[in-house]
Write a protein that binds this ligand. Structure first.
Ligand code: SF4
Ligand code: SF4
Length: 380
């Protein structure tokens, strides 16, 4: 039996926020920059790559083939991808998507394969469509080495899924210091459940979609005073990697600078000490005082929106504006909003169809938040 995680290094390359040639087009992956990042990552001894069917406007798996699979020996990396319930209507869809994923990535097996975005609703759908037996069969046939699922729901649901399916070998959890004690995300409780079931954890969203890359000023000052050369995101990645039971931490790296920063402290990883842990929880308190919409920017919600509303970008502008406006009075976010809403639907164009809320892994009340965004930016 092969060991589940062969890499001694705990940093994984999330291929979800790759560099783009057009910042408003998620599918416009900058291949040259992606190749450079992939090469540096491998040169430094990291091996774990994570993609999914719909990442980067369905182009991430193609980019994995071009930047990784066609340019590096198969035994020099491990590749993960996922099957998402949102794209499944019939049992036939499972193989159709899986075969297409093999074609897009160019591999003849996946090292890790996940049922994507498990939660109460998707658990029912994956069960109805017999996806657990289906994925186990892929493993049996050698098309997948290890099977698991990514998870966005409460700890009791995780317990239910793992109790029903002990054959699942690992879980991917949203875990970061802001969500650690969050009643909605329950990072800490979910990790405890995974440990109880003896399942190693892959962490996603350690920097919470960039939220933990830029902190309220007093939190950044405290961190800089303690460790002047440590980047702000390094605290978040190290927090996740420090937790017992965590085998891998994914970082959705968007440029070479981010990648090199991540590598600088994950090459020879040192867990957070007690004082450092105190500082990250103080930062979490400071953020909780100021953040309006806890959106991670995953963009799952945008493809199906009939009004083409750029939901995550509007939320990001809204959050930034609320934080800055209090201090500065005027900010540029309103202008960004006006420009973006010439290209995409405005927040007030929302027809409340609910499509976005049905796929949001953070279970955000998007329709209500869009009303706040519209009030904030469209009545200036
Ligand atoms: S509820 Fe509004 S924002 Fe969401 S998909 Fe429908 S129109 Fe788009
Ligand atoms: S609103 Fe939800 S689905 Fe959309 S980007 Fe934010 S977290 Fe993702």
């Amino acid at each position: 039996m092969e060991p589940l995680f062969t890499s001694s290094k705990k940093l994984g390359f999330g291929l979800m926020r790759l560099p783009l040639t057009d910042p408003d087009d998620a599918a416009s992956i900058d291949l040259e920059k992606t190749c450079q990042m992939v090469d540096t990552f491998l040169e430094k001894g990291f091996t774990y790559f994570d993609t999914a069917w719909m990442y980067c406007g369905f182009e991430s798996e193609n980019a994995a083939r071009k930047a990784l699979v066609e340019r590096h020996p198969r035994d020099s990396y491990t590749l993960t991808t996922k099957l998402h319930a949102g794209f499944l209507n019939t049992k036939e869809d499972r193989d159709r998507i899986f075969n297409e994923q093999l074609r897009k990535t160019g591999v003849d097996y996946f090292d890790y394969y996940l049922l994507h975005d498990m939660g109460k609703d998707h658990f029912e759908k994956y069960t109805d469509l017999d996806c657990f037996a289906w994925i186990a069969d892929k493993k049996e046939k050698g098309l997948v080495k290890h099977i698991g699922f990514s998870f966005h729901d409460t700890a009791d649901v995780l317990d239910e899924v793992l109790s029903a399916h002990p054959e699942m070998e690992f879980v991917q959890l949203q875990l970061n210091y802001l969500d650690w004690n969050s009643p909605a995300i329950q990072s800490k409780e979910c990790l405890e459940v995974a440990k109880k079931h003896g399942k190693p954890v892959i962490v996603m969203e350690p920097v919470k979609g960039g939220t933990l890359a830029k902190l309220p000023e007093k939190a950044e000052q405290a961190m800089k005073q303690y460790a002047p050369n440590a980047s702000i995101p390094s605290w978040a990645i190290r927090f996740a990697a420090s937790q017992e039971g965590v085998a891998m931490v994914l970082s959705g790296m968007s440029n070479q600078t981010q990648l090199e920063d991540n590598i600088s402290y994950m090459e020879e990883f040192v867990p957070l000490c007690e004082k450092e842990e105190q500082l990250v929880f103080q930062a979490a308190d400071a953020i909780n005082e100021s953040i309006a919409v806890p959106c991670t920017g995953c963009s799952y919600c945008t493809d199906g929106c009939p009004m083409h509303i750029n939901i995550p970008k509007y939320f990001s502008l809204y959050n930034a504006d609320l934080q800055e406006a209090a201090e500065k009075g005027w900010t540029p976010q309103g202008e960004y909003y006006d420009r973006l809403s010439q290209k995409f639907g405005k927040a007030s164009d929302c027809i409340a169809c609910g499509q976005c809320e049905s796929v949001c892994p953070q279970h955000l009340p998007i329709i209500e938040y869009l009303k706040d965004v519209a009030n904030h930016f469209e009545s200036r």
